[in-house]
Design a binder for this molecule. Structure first.
Ligand SMILES: [Zn+2]
Length: 284
């Protein structure tokens, strides 16, 4: 195990040598009350001067990819989703493609070693293209991955996206795909009034255009039983990872207050990035 960890760390090494020359200090403003390591007052700088090194956590269906992707555009850093890396490798003739397809076809989880191999290649290619910083999505998934990542780079902030479980379930069960054009829609219309000090929540459905409406299908694994099992497995796996970052003062819990129109401004606020969005909107 120790030898393997050394090997994995080594595979990040050239990436880190490059990054350490361009990323000498943290340059992001942290949410109030959060530990901001290696950063004192007066050192706050525009995150776009040097990319952030953030991680997104969140259960399947919460919309993690959407928010990670929006933030990556806003901050000018790549959104690196390990699921995409696996899919890209599978569709390529890369050295791991055969091994990967065997694993995936047997329904097994892709090992830490393969994920880290793909991720370190992706980061190195990015550095070669002049990228700085990243937003990781889908990694780390386990404590071991978190430890390896900690050994090689400085993760500044981990954003844990959460959504009430009853709402999440309804959203997952509302997913529909157009059997003709492959478009993704959601027929769930969520409008829960606040009660007993608990805030209400509103999420508009994402309805299909008329020519897709009669062709909607539900994915066979979007049943209540399967969705609940997926959440149970996710929670079991993610809790130790959340705890890992919580104990280091790096975990930002963010409870989604609704759909994208309700959540996006609040997320920016939580990240002290509101002014960035204003600038972007003004420039657009
Ligand atoms: Zn369609």
């Amino acid at each position: 195990m120790a030898a393997m960890n050394r090997l994995l760390r080594a595979s990040f090494s050239s990436y880190l040598r490059r990054m350490s020359t361009v990323a000498p200090e943290a340059g992001v403003r942290f949410p109030p009350g959060m530990a901001a390591p290696k950063m004192g007052p007066g050192q706050r700088r525009d995150p776009r001067e040097r990319g952030v090194q953030w991680v997104f956590l969140g259960c399947p269906g919460v919309g993690k990819g959407t928010y990670a992707s929006r933030l990556s555009h806003l901050l000018g850093v790549p959104h690196i989703a390990t699921g995409d890396l696996v899919r890209e490798e599978l569709s390529s003739s890369g050295p791991l493609a055969q091994q990967l397809s065997a694993i995936v076809n047997q329904g097994h989880l892709v090992s830490d070693e393969i994920i880290i191999d793909l991720l370190s290649k992706r980061l190195q290619n990015g550095v070669a293209k002049g990228e700085t910083g990243f937003i990781l999505d889908g990694f780390p998934r386990t404590i071991r991955q978190a430890e390896i990542l900690e050994g090689v780079t400085d993760i500044e902030l981990v954003i844990n996206l959460k959504l009430r479980e009853d709402v999440l379930l309804e959203k997952c069960l509302g997913r529909r795909i157009c059997s003709q054009c492959g478009g993704n829609f959601n027929v769930a219309s969520i409008d829960i009034k606040g009660e007993n000090g608990r805030p209400g929540i509103y999420m508009a459905p994402l309805l299909p255009p008329p020519n897709c409406a009669s062709k909607l299908i539900t994915r066979s694994d979007d049943t209540e039983e399967v969705v609940k099992e997926r959440l149970r497995i996710y929670n079991e796996m993610s809790q130790p990872v959340e705890e890992f970052y919580r104990s280091r003062g790096k975990l930002l819990e963010f409870e989604l207050p609704g759909g994208i129109p309700e959540s996006w401004p609040k997320l920016l606020q939580a990240l002290n990035l509101e002014d960035h969005d204003d600038k972007q909107s003004a420039a657009a």
